[in-house]
Design a protein around this ligand. Structure first.
Ligand SMILES: *Cc1c(COP(=O)(O)O)cnc(C)c1O
Length: 379
């Protein structure tokens, strides 16, 4: 007599997992090239660096390829020291810094560190970066949101109304994605003072590197005054390392210590470590990127405005715009651009079906976009 083994199905998984709606990413160049049989495709959809990978970093990665059989050193001490040195003008020390497999990992760890499933809640604006929502829900933590103002500025009173004594974390993105809106630092300061005791204010500064006047917009230079604040930054955008996965959080040393305890020991790999250290010193690449992004932002803002679009003012390397009255729907414009080999980002998943988000590209990519966009609107 033989009994067959138990056969677990989806019903056996955690309810949070069964209800989980996965992250919806921008389309890839290869997908579009194949689908439309195009030779040239440009991607202005995921806010990546327009110049690609710094040549200095490419050399370092090639040089270090033979070290990949090793595990990275636990705690990534050389990389942490390099980041702290970079932030030293703002009195940041290695004890304040935790590196992660993208800032996505820091977001995930903060939630798991702080929020008790079924008991605590997390607050954010709507729309917000989907990782906050996804990881909160996956952890079984209530996620509360209040809509942004019509002009994408932040309604702080309503945000604070969401909070109570069980609010574990408050996520704020600045410059905001997808609008590019960047509140003055005084507003963040007031928020940090007004949040309930024990609530961590997690400020996602993925795009702060593109902001011309950081001290006017970031609390990072004054972290010592705000023990309840965590600032997150990434190497995925300005530094051109999205595919290597490297981000970091800056926070009070006692909190950093606990984050390190729960972080998987090898989540930041050896090549990400080397690339991160190299690119922090690569001021030529960084300055050239900033020049291209600033020029591109002006050019695209003028071009889109000239065609009747409404462009949200942005301090980041992307811009949100609304189509002119009488234009086809945003989804149709997005698809017509795809057919021409230009990938941008529809914002339906952000609840903004009338708007599109455009990453600032190289001068040539920007011109190609404008030409194709004109064709789409004209025909
Ligand atoms: C791109 C982005 C990040 C960066 O994520 P990584 O995991 O570091 O690649 C974080 N937050 C926001 C709002 C972003 O748009």
């Amino acid at each position: 007599m033989s009994t067959s083994p138990a056969k677990p199905g989806p019903d056996s998984l955690r309810p949070e997992v069964q209800a989980f709606e996965p992250y919806s990413a921008g389309l890839s160049i290869d997908e579009i090239r194949e689908k439309y049989g195009l030779s040239q495709v440009i991607k202005l959809a995921s806010n990546e660096n327009p110049l690609g990978v710094s040549p200095v970093v490419q050399r370092v990665i090639a040089d270090k390829a033979d070290t990949c059989f090793r595990y990275a050193q636990v705690g990534n001490p050389r990389l942490v020291a390099a980041i702290a040195e970079f932030l030293a003008p703002w009195n940041i020390t290695p004890q304040h810094v935790v590196v992660g497999n993208g800032s996505d990992e820091i977001i995930d760890l903060l939630i798991r560190l702080r929020a008790r499933p079924g008991q605590d809640n997390i607050i954010a604006f709507k729309p917000c970066f989907s990782m906050y929502t996804l990881q909160s829900k996956l952890c079984g933590v209530e996620f509360r949101q209040t809509p942004l103002n019509q002009d994408f500025s932040f309604p702080w009173d309503k945000f604070l109304d969401l909070a109570d004594e069980n609010t574990a974390l408050a996520f704020v993105t600045t410059p905001d994605n997808p609008s590019g809106f960047t509140p003055p630092v005084s507003e963040l300061e007031s928020l940090a003072r007004a949040l309930p005791e024990n609530c961590i204010l997690a400020i996602d500064e993925a795009y702060m590197d593109f902001c011309a006047d950081q001290t006017a917009h970031s609390l990072l230079p004054r972290l010592e005054e705000f023990p309840n604040v965590v600032v997150m930054r990434t190497f995925s955008k300005l530094y051109g390392l999205a595919g290597l996965r490297l981000g970091y959080g800056v926070m009070a040393p006692w909190l950093a210590d606990y984050l390190w305890r729960i972080r998987p020991p090898f989540s930041v790999n050896i090549l990400a470590e080397e690339a991160g250290m190299a690119v922090l010193k690569d001021t030529v690449f960084v300055e050239e990127t900033l020049r291209v992004v600033n020029q591109g932002r002006d050019f695209l803002t003028q071009s889109l405005t000239g065609m009747g679009c409404t462009v949200a003012p942005s301090q980041a390397n992307f811009m949100l715009f609304r189509l002119p009255p009488g234009a086809p729907e945003a989804k149709a414009v997005f698809e017509a651009l795809l057919a021409k080999g230009v990938i941008i980002r529809p914002l339906t998943s952000y609840g903004l079906p009338d708007s599109l988000r455009l990453t600032i590209g190289t001068e040539q990519e920007n011109r190609t976009f404008v030409r194709c966009f004109q064709e789409v609107l004209g025909g």
